[in-house]
Design a protein around this ligand. Structure first.
Ligand SMILES: NC(=O)c1ccc[n+]([C@@H]2O[C@H](COP(=O)([O-])OP(=O)(O)OC[C@H]3O[C@@H](n4cnc5c(N)ncnc54)[C@H](O)[C@@H]3O)[C@@H](O)[C@H]2O)c1
Length: 438
């Protein structure tokens, strides 16, 4: 393919070298003459393992050229990878000035081009940038239409400095956010040979994935370091602890607990987190990330309350009360907190949970509800029908196949469902469904 690469820093220079190595004709574009001169003479503008030899080899092959002329680069390529820098502005926002300027120049350069062109944004960009800013800028300055004369995609880059050639050849996955099949096919041709899955998504989701991945890495490093500090205060070997933690690939290093849903609660997580925080306090160990977990969980719970209240209805039913499906354990159930808060706000509430029947509750659970939540106990009904009949809003806090079947049968257009669980087939329900954060 004929490819132009804008921005010859770590991402752009490595991509240029690897694409030329794979037989593509590549034009590199940068505003930094020193970088252009280095590449022209077969030298690498970035220090990276393997780049000295690779750059020498690809420049000698004649497949690489460089320029600072945007028009020349676009006229001689069908696809452009945009890798200019997007650093932090002093206030923490993303400084997109280089990207915006380039979009303007690229649009102007597109005026004279008759064949369709693909812009693949590989710089990290805050969600919405491609569709809301860059694509309109190119449309305005070119007088052409996105999706017809040119195409904009976002393909997050996952290489790491220090091992970037290896990472280019072995990425965790390829993700292409695009709205049309033509650029997708072209990018499959370009990157489909890599030994990883090729996924497509909306442009905004692809932009978001890049942030999620980096923030997840930051979260993991911080978690391991906080555990390290806590272990140090107990003279425990943190490497042994974290090594064992990572050996659980069922619940720890897995997809488990990584699906957006409702707040955490129950008989273990809150109490163990509290005990951890107390231990740390006793030993003067600061664990700001762990402290933040409780605060964040409360924000999520408040978000659910606001969603329910925002419906404007005061006739609310709740499906689910225990802290998770299949148990009658009510201790620290975030659904109990939600019920209490709604009652406190004057909502007329009814509750159904197939596992929670006052007549059958025993021991600690019965005592808990009689002593702590007598007002909630009175709201529990024996069947979902009783709850649905008297509710306009239905909070779905749990789902079983029985409940799904009942909802499909009994929910009518007058019902609004607040979905806390991610109902799989929400379109099959007659009522309006509002997800908690989806
Ligand atoms: N460095 C990494 O490991 C890495 C990994 C993944 C993603 N990213 C993202 O990729 C993007 C690029 O990162 P980088 O580290 O390669 O940046 P960099 O700062 O090393 O290089 C950016 C290059 O863009 C050039 N440039 C600026 N304006 C230009 C214009 N109008 N036309 C042409 N070139 C222009 C600069 O001169 C510079 O050479 C950033 O958004 C970054 O967040 C970086």
């Amino acid at each position: 393919m004929n490819i132009s690469i804008f921005g010859l820093g770590y991402v752009g220079a490595v991509s240029l070298a690897c694409l030329a190595r794979d037989g593509h004709k590549v034009i590199g574009v940068d505003i930094d003459q020193a970088k252009l001169d280095l590449i022209r003479s077969g030298k690498t503008p970035v220090v990276e393992e393997g780049m000295v030899e690779l750059m020498q080899q690809v420049v000698a092959s004649g497949l690489v050229s460089v320029t600072d002329d945007v028009k020349e680069a676009l006229s001689n390529s069908d696809i452009s990878l945009i890798c200019v820098g997007t650093p932090s502005a002093p206030n923490g926002s993303q400084d997109q000035s280089a990207m915006l300027k380039l979009a303007q120049q690229a649009g102007a350069a597109m005026r004279g081009k008759s064949s369709p062109h693909i812009f693949v944004f590989r710089s990290t960009l805050v969600p919405g940038t491609v569709e809301d800013l860059l694509s309109p800028i190119i449309e305005n300055s070119s007088g052409k239409r996105e999706g017809v004369d040119f195409f904009c995609c976002f393909q997050p880059e996952f290489l790491r400095e220090g091992s970037s050639i290896k990472d280019y050849d072995r990425p965790p996955f390829t993700i292409v956010g695009c709205n049309h099949s033509y650029p997708e096919e072209q990018l499959r041709d370009l990157f489909g040979h890599l030994p990883c899955e090729f996924y497509t998504s909306s442009v905004r989701a692809a932009e978001m994935v890049k942030y999620c991945c980096n923030n997840f890495h930051a979260l993991k490093i911080t978690f391991a370091n906080e555990i390290g500090r806590l272990c140090e205060s107990f003279d425990i070997d943190p490497f042994q602890v974290m090594d064992l933690v990572c050996r659980d690939t069922q619940l720890n290093i897995s997809r488990a607990y990584l699906r957006p849903g409702y707040a955490f609660g129950g008989s273990c997580l809150p109490k163990d987190l509290r005990a951890t925080l107390y231990l740390a306090k006793q030993r003067d160990v600061e664990l700001p990330m762990h402290v933040g977990l409780m605060a964040s969980n409360k924000v999520h719970l408040d978000h659910a309350i606001q969603k329910v209240l925002a419906t404007g209805s005061r006739k609310v039913g709740m499906v689910g009360l225990s802290f998770k499906t299949g148990t009658d354990d009510l201790r620290e159930s975030p659904l109990v907190t939600l019920a209490e808060q709604l009652v406190g706000k004057g909502v007329q509430l009814l509750i159904y949970d197939p596992e929670v029947h006052l007549s059958r509750l025993l021991g600690a659970n019965r005592r808990f509800i009689e002593q702590q939540l007598p007002h909630i106990g009175e709201l529990i009904r024996e069947s979902i029908e009783e709850v649905l009949d008297d509710s306009e809003v239905l909070v779905i806090g749990m789902l079983t196949s029985d409940i799904t079947a009942k909802l499909e049968m009994l929910v009518t257009e007058k019902h609004c469902l607040i979905d806390l669980v991610g109902i799989p087939d929400r379109d099959s329900l007659r009522g309006r469904v509002e997800g908690l954060c989806w």
